[in-house]
Design a binder for this molecule. Structure first.
Ligand SMILES: [Zn+2]
Length: 432
């Protein structure tokens, strides 16, 4: 089971507990629900000073679309919480593109020609495109949120795809990669990156690729990385003991000798995230993609974002307890837009934004429970509310009185869709 986060009566994080224990505490009135996503309870008569807390490690696998998050108890290797955070980079890019197009057309309508301005714009050091900056920001938001809910003593994050240091060693003691040691995983990740994840000979994608010697061992080829490439099985078999040149690919031989440019600095977003994480003051361990894959294979886990996160870094314990963990699905939704005039499909302004966002104590996007006592829609409704200035809100496509609503979870820029195959382990608790 994913555990439930516990806060002391003075609001400090304690060790997460089993959902059954949380349910007990809630029914006995010794705790209250503090937050729904992620599910957190706050004890009533117990200060942090009276409790013993254990160190937890927050582990991240930053991805371009989805970032995996896992919280692991250091002493036991128990994964107490997992989440998959889906970013909205594409949505940000689309929104900015639309805005630019609208501005451009407005400014060029009925205006005289002006010369382009002198290029006096400068971007600050370490500037990232908004869609990438958002990735760093949302990940840090969740790191900070989790730090308030669970005693985090250290952070692990995946920084690079492969370790050049280990590659160097692999060049020296070449046979290691064939014996499935860690260096082998680094070599594979390196080659995947270099070949663009396709067969070097026929260009086949999405097929199992084998590490292949450009000059075969039988002809005195070495195990150095510069003599290796990736090939699909048919190509590998057809090539047999020929050199790449004899096989009809002289360019492959030339290309293999060129090292992959800036192999270490693969991803500037990950470096930006790393710098932000070190600002927290916690020790930050960095891992490589090769190490993650090695750990995940060793622990026999499927390829999911949160499994990857749990496997990041050298500190991963030999026994990782992931039984029953259901990752929380987090989707970044943003906080709406700032457009003041709503347009019809011809671009004609038809409505204007109101000055206030909150009505009757609610804001659009708040998750509410509405208990409607009479009328066509009598019953209990739970969902995200769309507020109006008049005391009838829109909820799940129906009209509910504002008075019938109680807030369950305030709009915080994220949605928490349930994965279709599983009910969240805390689903029963959320009803309290
Ligand atoms: Zn091939």
């Amino acid at each position: 089971m994913s555990h439930v986060f516990v806060l002391s009566s003075d609001g400090l994080p304690l060790d997460p507990c089993h959902p059954a224990r949380a349910r007990q505490l809630l029914t006995q009135g010794k705790a209250a629900v503090w937050r729904r996503y992620p599910f957190t309870i706050r004890l009533k008569g117990r200060a942090a000073a009276e409790s013993v807390v254990h160190a937890h490690r927050l582990k991240l696998d930053p991805g371009s679309k989805t970032t995996g998050i896992a919280v692991v108890a250091e002493a036991t290797g128990r994964v107490v919480f997992a989440a998959e955070l889906t970013h909205r980079g594409q949505a940000i890019r689309d929104a900015l593109r639309t805005r630019r197009a609208v501005r451009r057309s407005r400014r060029q309508r009925k205006t005289r020609y002006r010369q382009p301005r002198f290029r006096n714009r400068r971007r600050p050091e370490g500037w990232l495109a908004p869609s990438l900056q958002h990735r760093v920001d949302t990940t840090c938001t969740w790191v900070n949120r989790l730090r308030r809910l669970v005693p985090v003593a250290a952070i692990s994050t995946e920084l690079v795809k492969f370790d050049t240091q280990l590659l160097e060693n692999a060049e020296v003691s070449g046979v290691e990669y064939q014996q499935g040691t860690l260096a082998g995983y680094e070599v594979r990740e390196y080659l995947l990156e270099k070949c663009g994840r396709r067969c070097a000979y026929c260009g086949a994608k999405d097929t199992p690729l084998q590490v292949e010697h450009i000059v075969p061992r039988a002809r005195g080829g070495s195990d150095r990385v510069s003599n290796l490439t990736l090939a699909c099985e048919p190509c590998n078999t057809r090539k047999g003991t020929q050199t790449a040149e004899a096989f009809g690919y002289p360019d492959i031989q030339a290309q293999a000798r060129r090292p992959l440019k800036d192999a270490a600095a693969v991803n500037q977003t990950r470096w930006a995230l790393y710098r932000r994480l070190t600002d927290t003051g916690l020790p930050v361990e960095v891992g490589t993609g090769g190490r993650t894959k090695y750990n995940r294979t060793r622990l026999d886990l499927d390829k999911t974002h949160w499994h990857d996160a749990a496997c990041v870094g050298a500190s991963t314990p030999d026994r990782l307890d992931v039984r029953g963990v259901r990752p929380l699905t987090i989707t970044a939704t943003g906080h709406g837009n700032r457009q003041m005039a709503g347009l019809n499909r011809y671009g004609f302004p038809i409505r204007h934004r109101q000055r206030v966002k909150r009505h009757f104590g609610f804001q659009t996007g708040d998750m509410v429970k509405a208990v409607v006592t009479k009328g066509k829609y009598a019953g209990v409704h739970i969902g995200r509310v769309a507020v109006r200035a008049r005391p009838r809100f829109k909820l799940n496509g129906i009209d509910v009185p504002a008075k019938s609503c109680t807030a369950l979870h305030r709009a915080d820029g994220y949605a928490y869709p349930r994965s279709p195959d599983a009910t969240h382990p805390t689903a029963g608790l959320a009803a309290h």
